[in-house]
Design a protein around this ligand. Structure first.
Ligand SMILES: Cc1ncc(COP(=O)(O)O)c(C=O)c1O
Length: 396
C-alpha cells in the first residue's frame, strides 16, 4: 500500500467522504486480466478466491456469492429453516440480517444490546429462546467480535444453529482465532464500503461440507454440482435442477478483485487500526464523546469507528453534529437504525418503540466516522479538530 504518499483526501477533494475504496494498480490489473481472459462469470478465479479466503480465515469451506445477504439467506436454507421457526438476532443490525429470516416465513426474534456496547446481550438472547427457536444470528457489530463463546454454549445447550453475520468482521479475531469458523456458517460482505470490496459480493464459510455443497448448489439455480463448468472443456451441457435455487453466484470479475484485495487485507486493517487509535487518543481529553472500547481478547477489524455523543455534556444533538460536520467537509453515517423502530417491523411483526432501550439509546447517540486506508492522519486530524470545536461551542 502506498497510502503514506497520498494527498490527504480532504485537502485533495475538499470533502472527506465516509468511505473510499482502496483500489490500486494490482486491483485494476487483476480485473483487467479477467476481462482479457474471455470468461467473466463464475469460473477458475472464483474457485481460487474461495480457496484463498478459506485459508485466510482458517475455514474448511468457502462459498463465494453475490452478497452477504445472499450468504445469510443460503445459510438459513442450508440449516433447513422452516416456516414458523424463530431465529434470534440483534435489533442493532442492518436490514439483511432480519429480512432473510422472513424469506422463509420464519420469525426474526429481536433482542437488545448490552448497556455499554452495541453487541447483542447474551442474557437477552437466552431469554428469547423458545421451543420454536432454530437458530441465532450473531452479528459482529462494527467488526469487533461479539461474545461468540457464550452464544455457542447457549446454542449447544438448546440444540440451536449459529449463523455469524460477519459483514463487518474481516479480519477479526476472538481469543486469537479468526472470525470465520466459530458458528455453523459465517457470512462476510464485500459491499463497496466494506473492509475488502468486490463492489458487491459475499462469502459463506463453514466446517460442514454438506452445508457448503447445498449453498453452492442453491446459489446457481439449484442445478447439480459444478454447474458453473457447463460451458468448459471439463463440463457438460446437461444439467439437472435438484431444488428451488437462486441466482447468487459470484463473477470472476468480482473474484479477481477479491483475490487482489485479500492480499492486502492485513495491511488495510493495520492502517484502519492506526487511524482508530489516533481518533481515540486525540478525543481522550474530552468527556463530550465516548470512544469505542476493544476488549483485550479481541482483535477488531475496524470496519466502523463508532463514537457516542454524551448529551449530559453537550447540548447539540447527534443529528446536528452530523450536519455541522458535513458543513465542514466531513461525511459521517449512523449504524444502525434498530430494526424494531422501522415501520415494516412495527406493522408486520408488532415491534414497538421503547422495547429495546439500550439499542435505542445507542442509536440516538451514535456517529460512524470516516475510517478507510486511503485516509491520511491529516484527514483524521481534521475530523478531531471539528469535533473538539463543536464540543467547546456546545458545552453545557
Ligand atoms: C451487519 C450487516 N449484515 C449484512 C449486510 C449485508 O451485506 P451485503 O450488502 O453484502 O448483502 C450488511 C451490509 O451493510 C451489514 O452491515
Amino acid at each position: 500500500m502506498r497510502e503514506q504518499k497520498r494527498d490527504a483526501v480532504v485537502s485533495a477533494t475538499k470533502f472527506l467522504p465516509f468511505h473510499q475504496a482502496l483500489i490500486e494498480e494490482d486491483d485494476i490489473a487483476a480485473v483487467v486480466n479477467v476481462l482479457k481472459s474471455g470468461w467473466l462469470t463464475t469460473g477458475t478465479r472464483t474457485k481460487e478466491f474461495e480457496r484463498a479466503f478459506a485459508a485466510y480465515v482458517g475455514a474448511s469451506h468457502a462459498v463465494a456469492l453475490s452478497s452477504c445477504t445472499a450468504a445469510l439467506h443460503l445459510a438459513l436454507a442450508a440449516i433447513g429453516l422452516k416456516e414458523g421457526d424463530e431465529v434470534i438476532l440483534p435489533t442493532m443490525t442492518f436490514s439483511s440480517t432480519g429480512e432473510v429470516v422472513l424469506y422463509f416465513k420464519a420469525r426474526p426474534v429481536l433482542v437488545d444490546c448490552e448497556p455499554d456496547s452495541f453487541q447483542a446481550a447474551p442474557a437477552a438472547i437466552e431469554r428469547a429462546i423458545t421451543p420454536r427457536t432454530r437458530a441465532i444470528i450473531a452479528v459482529h457489530y462494527a467488526g469487533c467480535p461479539t461474545r461468540i463463546d457464550a452464544i455457542l454454549e447457549m446454542a449447544r445447550l438448546h440444540n440451536l444453529k449459529v449463523i455469524e453475520d460477519a459483514a463487518h468482521a474481516l479480519p477479526a479475531r476472538y481469543i486469537g482465532k479468526m472470525v470465520g469458523g466459530f458458528g455453523d456458517i459465517t457470512c462476510f460482505s464485500f459491499y463497496a464500503t466494506k473492509t475488502l470490496t468486490t463492489g458487491e459480493g459475499g462469502m459463506a464459510t463453514t466446517e460442514n461440507p454438506e452445508y457448503a455443497d447445498r449453498m453452492r448448489m442453491l446459489s446457481l439455480h439449484g442445478i447439480s454440482r459444478d454447474a458453473y463448468k457447463r460451458y468448459t472443456a471439463e463440463g457438460s451441457w446437461r444439467y439437472e435442477i435438484l431444488d428451488l435455487g437462486y441466482k447468487y453466484n459470484m463473477t470472476d470479475i468480482q473474484a479477481g478483485l477479491g483475490i487482489a484485495q485479500l492480499a492486502k487485507c492485513d495491511a488495510m486493517r493495520e492502517k484502519r487500526e492506526q487511524l482508530a487509535e489516533y481518533y481515540t487518543s486525540a478525543l481522550a481529553s474530552t468527556d463530550a464523546f465516548t470512544t469505542p472500547r476493544v476488549p483485550l481478547d479481541m482483535q477488531h477489524a475496524w470496519h466502523l469507528y463508532v463514537l457516542q455523543v454524551n448529551p449530559e455534556v453537550i447540548s447539540i444533538s447527534r443529528d446536528r453534529i452530523i450536519e455541522e460536520l458535513k458543513q465542514r467537509g466531513i461525511g459521517c453515517s449512523v449504524h444502525f437504525i434498530p430494526l424494531h423502530t422501522h415501520p415494516f417491523y412495527q406493522h408486520s411483526l408488532g415491534y414497538r418503540m421503547g422495547q429495546f432501550p439500550h439499542a435505542e439509546h445507542h442509536f440516538e447517540t451514535a456517529i460512524s466516522f470516516p475510517l478507510f486506508p486511503r485516509m491520511t492522519f491529516e484527514d483524521s486530524n481534521h475530523v478531531v479538530d471539528a469535533l473538539q470545536a463543536l464540543a467547546r461551542e456546545y458545552r453545557r
